[in-house]
Write a protein that binds this ligand. Structure first.
Ligand SMILES: *[C@@H]1O[C@H](CO)[C@@H](O)[C@H](O)[C@H]1NC(C)=O
Ligand SMILES: *[C@@H]1O[C@H](CO)[C@@H](O)[C@H](O)[C@H]1NC(C)=O
Ligand SMILES: *[C@@H]1O[C@H](CO)[C@@H](O)[C@H](O)[C@H]1NC(C)=O
Ligand SMILES: *[C@@H]1O[C@H](CO)[C@@H](O)[C@H](O)[C@H]1NC(C)=O
Ligand SMILES: *[C@@H]1O[C@H](CO)[C@@H](O)[C@H](O)[C@H]1NC(C)=O
Ligand SMILES: *[C@@H]1O[C@H](CO)[C@@H](O)[C@H](O)[C@H]1NC(C)=O
Ligand SMILES: *[C@@H]1O[C@H](CO)[C@@H](O)[C@H](O)[C@H]1NC(C)=O
Ligand SMILES: *[C@@H]1O[C@H](CO)[C@@H](O)[C@H](O)[C@H]1NC(C)=O
Ligand SMILES: *[C@@H]1O[C@H](CO)[C@@H](O)[C@H](O)[C@H]1NC(C)=O
Length: 889
């Protein structure tokens, strides 16, 4: 057969296939099936069929797309009437017929393992690969009996619990991969028994504690990855025994202290990845003498002092990637950096040169640079963009933000420049003119030129750069968009690439330019804080299939809201304009809407109870409009922030009003919410912001925490009792019912609001006593009961005792030791505070730990300090997960 089909002659190829087919056909049917001898052992076949039935076929795991493993429902083809050794994913020993390998990577399998899973009957397994499914629960102990295993890959599932110590029984293992699960607890000592291991991967779990000292026995190890866990302690010096180690990733843990100078024991180290820890001290200069070192990632630690590269040998260094930005280095950038002539990627951002001049020509010998991050160097030197671009022909990612940059064109520079910049960040560079040299950068995808002093028009040629996806123009003094002279321009592109256009905080005036309607891939449009007028153009309906975030806040827009646009919106903010009319009823088809903010317009409508059908709506702000009427039996399952204050709403609220507001009664963790996540688009290009009243002052939320919850019904004409069901909203942080006509008692169910920080029921007609139970609300830092008809004993407790008199003034007869001694007659009304004059402070909610400046900075670098696309596509969606790009699998 072989000779026949070895295709040195071309003609018979088809014939050959036909022949082969017949040949096999005869082979199969030569003997009757009943007497057919299968290689597979019956008990192993049955174990596999049983295994198949232990799980369901579900959705594919997204990681498979990221790693380009074609998902495949392998077990579907497994059937009892064929030889199991021929099933997809199974490899048998050709002689004995024992199943030796089970490869079910990316096979759509879902479900929990039984502790006595039939896997244990496959006792001859040498390799078990279950990566990229959706297995959950603990690792079944039956795997502990597969003593012949040399390779165990359980990565990218939902396994949880501790890593079992019996794993140390699998002493033949050379490859163990548990990355991308939810393992917690400490790494078991018994791992040290696996002395044949060459590769060990625990990346992306929740492991704590230190690396066990038994790791010193793993003397065959060449690759160790424990990145993205919560491991702590000082640098694990036990690893210094592993002299064969070539890839070491301990990034994004909580390691601290100094790196030991004898790290040079790792004389074969190629990749050293330790970013995102808390290492301090200097980087030992000996590190740079390890000749094999190719990639060093130490970004985002607290290394301090001066940086020294020591005695780098005269032979060319192998170093290709060096990232030591976002530390606390002070002093000069060592000139010897120019000896790393093979560098292709260099990050020195936030290196504090303490106002020294920098000779940027030290970078000019680095002819292979593709990535150069030099933001915030604290230097007096003005960087000439032309010069930097001339150093390396391959430079494609450049970040010079926070330095003084000159972009003026020099006649000596020839155009077009030879390289193609992919991503350029020039934020806060004191630039006063739009850099003309960008005109020829046809490969540019990302441009950040925010926080400069550029005046005039945004040039029309910018929109002609064919690959541009992200442009940040915010915080300049642009007044308009230049119109292209010929009617070529945008319409000549079938589908412009632009996805994220950020132009807030400029002086754009006139109407919203119609060319925006041609940017059909647009996801994010932020033109807030400008002087735009006219109405929202109907042609924006062209964008409706992609536009996800639209912010037109703080302009002078007028007219009504168009009915038929934007059905894919996630966030719509049109606050602080002069819009009139009603909310378009088509909004109830915006099933993706999470944020709707129409505050401070002149919208005259009834309460949009019909928005209750939007399953994702989390933020609803109708503040300061002409809304009126009752607010009905609304139910908002996901709503966490509702501000309908300063309208003309009226009527009573039934006592069960809040029963179905489930997001405020328990936040749940299903959507990966946590107290350090903010609302915004998934990629971090856009964050929602808003202003609300908290603790009696206006707060600007530059970012909205996903766990923040508030109800503001103040300044309306509500009457009747405060609904008892308010007590169900256990996650509520801020409640403002002031300035209405509520009557009756304050419901004692409010004592259930254990998360409450701010409570304002002032200026109503409430009577009776303040419920004593409120004294137990330990987070309640601000409260206001003034201007009501309350009587009786003011509750005790720390929070009540520290309130000023004004919180209780103008009531009928409040008394008690909680009131300051000097609150002599709290019934006397004082001058009413004008809410409009309330101080606008930036949001520093100590209680919630929110630091906008830092977060903003991180976000920008999050976008631009990233050049490996996997980072964006991270299927786990946690922040700051820089997947090590350099250690390939
Ligand atoms: C497969 O078929 C054999 C008979 O051919 C039977 O004995 C065995 O129980 C079957 N196994 C399963 C798991 O159905
Ligand atoms: C692992 O080995 C130890 C000692 O050899 C034994 O006691 C234990 O039962 C084994 N565990 C498993 C799960 O096989
Ligand atoms: C590390 O190696 C040294 C000798 O090279 C040995 O004495 C020591 O026991 C090893 N440490 C561990 C934890 O194995
Ligand atoms: C490395 O230095 C540390 C102290 O910094 C010491 O404890 C350790 O034993 C040394 N290890 C080796 C292998 O030299
Ligand atoms: C570096 O930081 C450590 C710990 O914060 C401190 O003890 C040390 O003095 C600092 N060194 C320099 C040179 O600033
Ligand atoms: C910049 O350098 C000056 C010294 O010239 C120093 O006082 C200042 O703290 C540095 N700024 C930053 C942000 O590190
Ligand atoms: C706007 O940019 C200037 C620098 O030009 C900066 O000082 C200021 O903080 C920026 N404002 C905002 C709101 O980012
Ligand atoms: C709202 O519109 C109604 C007519 O539909 C009108 O009577 C009312 O005065 C308007 N309210 C405000 C505040 O403009
Ligand atoms: C207060 O919370 C408890 C459970 O924690 C619940 O049973 C009770 O109904 C709540 N009370 C009110 C009035 O909401």
């Amino acid at each position: 057969m072989k000779g026949l089909c070895n295709s040195t002659s071309i003609i018979p190829i088809t014939l050959c296939f036909i022949f082969l087919f017949i040949y096999h056909f005869e082979d199969v049917f030569a003997a009757p099936p009943t007497t057919r001898h299968f290689l597979c052992r019956p008990e192993q076949r049955d174990a596999l069929l049983q295994f198949k039935n232990e799980f369901e076929i579900g959705e594919p795991n997204p990681i498979c797309m990221v790693y380009r493993i074609e998902p495949h429902r392998k077990t579907e083809s497994w059937a009892n009437n064929s030889d199991c050794c021929s099933w997809t994913g199974i490899t048998c020993n050709a002689k004995s017929g024992e199943v030796v390998e089970l490869d079910l990577r990316c096979s759509f399998l879902h479900g929990r393992f039984h502790s006595n899973s039939s896997l244990q009957n496959l006792s001859n397994l040498i390799a078990l690969r279950l990566s990229g499914n959706n297995f959950s629960g603990r690792i079944p102990s039956s795997i502990g009996n597969l003593f012949h295993l040399t390779s165990l890959d359980l990565s990218y599932n939902q396994f949880s619990g501790q890593i079992p110590s019996w794993i140390g029984n699998l002493t033949q293992l050379t490859y163990l991969d548990l990355e991308g699960n939810q393992f917690s607890g400490q790494i078991p000592d018994s791992i040290g028994n696996l002395s044949h291991l060459t590769s060990l991967d625990f990346w992306g779990n929740n492991l704590v504690g230190e690396i066990p000292s038994s790791f010193g026995n793993l003397n065959q190890l060449t690759s160790l990855d424990v990145g993205i866990n919560m491991l702590s302690g000082s640098f694990p010096i036990v690893l210094l025994n592993l002299t064969g180690l070539s890839d070491l990733d301990i990034s994004n843990n909580q390691f601290s202290g100094a790196l030991p100078p004898n790290i040079t024991s790792l004389s074969n180290l190629r990749n050293f990845v330790a970013n995102g820890n808390a290492f301090t001290g200097t980087i030992p200069s000996s590190l740079f003498t390890i000749p094999s070192l190719t990639y060093i990632y130490l970004r985002g630690n607290q290394f301090n002092g001066t940086l020294e590269f020591g005695n780098i040998s005269s032979s060319p260094s192998n170093l290709e990637e060096l990232h030591i930005g976002h530390n606390n280095f002070k002093g000069p950038i060592p000139r010897s950096i120019s000896r790393f002539v093979n560098l292709s990627s260099l990050g020195l951002s936030h290196f504090d040169t303490q106002g020294r001049p920098i000779d940027f020509s030290i970078f000019s010998p680095l002819k292979s640079l593709e990535v150069l991050y030099l933001s915030y160097l604290n230097t007096t030197t003005t960087i000439d963009l032309n010069d930097i671009l001339s150093y390396s022909k391959s430079l494609s990612y450049l970040d010079l933000s926070g330095n003084h940059v000159s972009t003026t064109n020099k006649s000596s520079v020839s155009y077009p420049p030879s390289q193609e910049i992919f991503s350029l960040s020039l934020s806060s560079c004191g630039i006063i003119e739009f850099p003309e040299l960008l005109r020829t950068q046809h490969g540019m995808t990302q441009l950040d030129i925010s926080n400069n002093k550029i005046e005039g028009q945004v040039p029309a040629w910018l929109w002609l750069l064919p690959k541009l996806e992200y442009v940040n123009l915010s915080n300049n003094t642009f007044i308009g968009f230049q119109r292209s002279k010929k009617k070529q321009g945008l319409s000549s592109f079938r589908k412009p690439s632009m996805r994220h256009l950020l132009g807030s905080n400029n002086k754009f005036k006139g109407k919203i330019p119609s060319f925006i309607c041609d940017l059909q891939s647009l996801n994010t449009l932020d033109l807030s804080e400008n002087n735009l007028n006219g109405s929202i153009p109907l042609c924006m309906g062209n964008l409706k299939s992609n536009l996800s975030d639209l912010n037109l806040r703080q302009n002078n827009l007028s007219g009504g809201l168009p009915e038929q646009i934007f059905e894919s919106l996630r966030s719509l903010d049109i606050g602080h304009n002069q819009l009139v009319g009603k909310l378009p009823r088509s909004l109830n088809r915006f099933s993706t809407l999470e944020v709707l903010n129409v505050e401070s317009n002149r919208i005259n409508d009834t309460f949009p109870f019909w928005l209750g059908s939007l399953q994702k709506l989390q933020v609803l702000v109708l503040r300061s409009n002409a809304f009126h009427g009752p607010i009905h039996q609304a139910s908002f399952p996901q709503l966490r922030i509702i501000d309908i204050s300063h309208n003309h709403f009226a009527g009573t609220l039934p006592s069960e009003y809040f029963v179905r507001w489930s997001a405020m009664s328990s936040l749940g963790t299903d959507e990966g919410r946590s107290n350090d996540n903010y609302m915004g688009d998934k990629l971090g290009y856009y964050h929602d912001s808003m202003v609300l009243m908290n603790k009696g002052v206006e707060l600007e939320l530059v970012r909205i925490l996903q766990i923040y919850t508030t109800i503001d019904f103040s300044g309306n004409k509500f009457e009747g009792k405060i609904p008892k069901s308010i007590g169900l909203l256990k996650e509520l942080h801020v409640l403002n019912l002031s300035n209405n006509a509520f009557t009756g008692r304050i419901p004692s169910s409010m004592a259930n609001l254990t998360a409450l920080e701010s409570l304002d029921v002032s200026q109503n007609k409430l009577s009776g006593e303040i419920p004593q139970e409120l004294g137990k609300l330990s987070f309640l830092a601000y409260m206001n009961f003034s201007h009501n008809q309350l009587v009786g004993l003011v509750p005790g407790g720390n929070q009540f005792r520290t309130q000023p008199c004004s919180s209780f003034e103008d009531n009928l007869a409040l008394f008690g030791p909680s009131l300051y001694n000097d609150c002599i007659d709290i019934r006397t009304p004082t001058l009413e505070q004008n809410e409009e004059d309330a101080e606008v402070i930036s949001w520093i909610a100590a209680g919630i730990g929110f630091i906008p400046g830092i977060v903003y900075g991180l976000t920008i670098s999050y976008i631009l300090d990233s050049y490996k696309p996997q980072w964006f596509m991270n299927p786990f969606g946690r922040n700051n997960r820089r997947r090590r790009s350099t250690i390939a699998h």
